[in-house]
Each structure stands twice: as structure tokens, then as C-alpha cells.
Design a protein around this ligand. Structure first.
Ligand SMILES: C[S@@+](CC[C@H](N)C(=O)[O-])C[C@H]1O[C@@H](n2cnc3c(N)ncnc32)[C@H](O)[C@@H]1O
Length: 162
């Protein structure tokens, strides 16, 4: 498979999973956390499919398309290790959907990120909330949710908190 094919598949998988997850949390109250603003593509999609939700966005810097930059109130700048662990004042409610799209190209680096990211995400997720992540997390007691049809296992991970 060419790198172009692989990129397209990854983007399609992201969109499918976000659409499926947005439908699944429709009746649950609570904000959304977007970890990794990047270009702002998934943030833009989330705000389109969840227009009434508060979406809080984490990144170390803003490099998004100008049309996809959240208002200051919803933007938490800095290292996720710090900002996600200390956001109670800014985000009092636990999240009903957490989408995380940070990580490195190498599996070792992703394992290390998963190690510190998992407890931080767990602390900020409401009961019944769904966590969507591009790398594997260790979330004790969470249920692994099935990926939409056609998405290769290991490309994305979807968990639901009991
Ligand atoms: C792959 S991009 C996200 C792409 C985004 N989902 C989109 O659709 O455009 C990952 C982003 O995570 C941010 N990031 C990675 N590790 C981080 C960390 N430890 N703390 C804060 N931001 C981080 C990077 O700055 C980058 O903007």
C-alpha cells in the first residue's frame, strides 16, 4: 500500500470513528476533550458533528488553520502532561468524549506516551464516557469498543469507561 493510500485510510478511519462515537454519546452530558489540535482537522470535524458541545483543546502550540483555532476559553496551551493533569479549574465537568491524536511514528515512543497519558485521561473521563486514541492506552476496567467495519485493529483504539 502506498503512503498516500495509508494516509487516506487513516483519515477515513478517524472520521468514521468520530462519527460513530459522537452518535454514541449523544444522550450523555459533558464536554469533549481534543488532545492534539495540530492542523485543526479533527477539531473542526468534532465541532461540526457536535455543534452544541463545549470542546476543550490541548496542544503545546497553535499551528492550526486560522479557521480552526478555538476561542481562548477552550484552548489549553502547554505540554499535555501538565495541562491535562491540572485543568480542573478550567474544565470542572468530566468529559464524555476524549479524542487523543498525539504520538510518534515509533512504537516505543507511543508505549511511553500511553504510559503517562492513560492515567491523565482516566482522571478526566466521566462514567460512560468514550475515549478515542491513535495509540494504545491502559485503562483499567474500560470496555474495548468495536471499530467501525473495515478499520484495521491497531490503527485506532476506542474505550468506554464503566
Ligand atoms: C498529529 S497532530 C494532531 C492532528 C489533529 N488531530 C488534526 O486533525 O489536525 C498532533 C499534535 O499534538 C501536539 N502534541 C504532541 N505531543 C504533545 C504534548 N506532549 N503536549 C502538547 N501537545 C502535544 C503537537 O504539537 C501536534 O500539534
Amino acid at each position: 500500500m502506498s503512503r498516500l493510500d495509508s494516509f487516506i485510510r487513516r483519515m477515513q478511519a478517524q472520521r468514521e470513528i468520530l462519527n460513530q462515537t459522537a452518535a454514541a454519546i449523544a444522550d450523555l452530558p459533558g464536554p469533549v476533550l481534543e488532545i492534539g489540535l495540530g492542523n485543526g482537522r479533527t477539531y473542526d470535524h468534532l465541532r461540526e458533528i457536535l455543534p452544541t458541545r463545549e470542546i476543550f483543546v490541548f496542544d503545546r502550540a497553535v499551528n492550526a488553520h486560522p479557521s480552526c483555532i478555538p476561542e481562548d476559553k477552550y484552548l489549553l496551551l502547554g505540554e499535555v502532561e501538565e495541562t491535562l493533569g491540572n485543568c480542573d479549574d478550567r474544565i470542572p465537568e468530566l468529559a464524555t468524549l476524549v479524542h487523543s491524536d498525539i504520538g510518534l511514528g515509533d512504537p516505543e515512543g507511543n508505549i511511553e506516551i500511553g504510559r503517562w497519558l492513560s492515567p491523565l485521561i482516566d482522571k478526566r473521563t466521566a462514567s460512560g464516557g468514550i475515549v478515542v486514541c491513535n495509540l494504545e492506552l491502559t485503562l483499567s476496567g474500560y470496555k474495548d469498543l468495536p471499530l467501525p467495519e473495515g478499520i484495521r485493529p491497531g490503527r485506532y483504539f476506542v474505550y468506554q469507561k464503566p
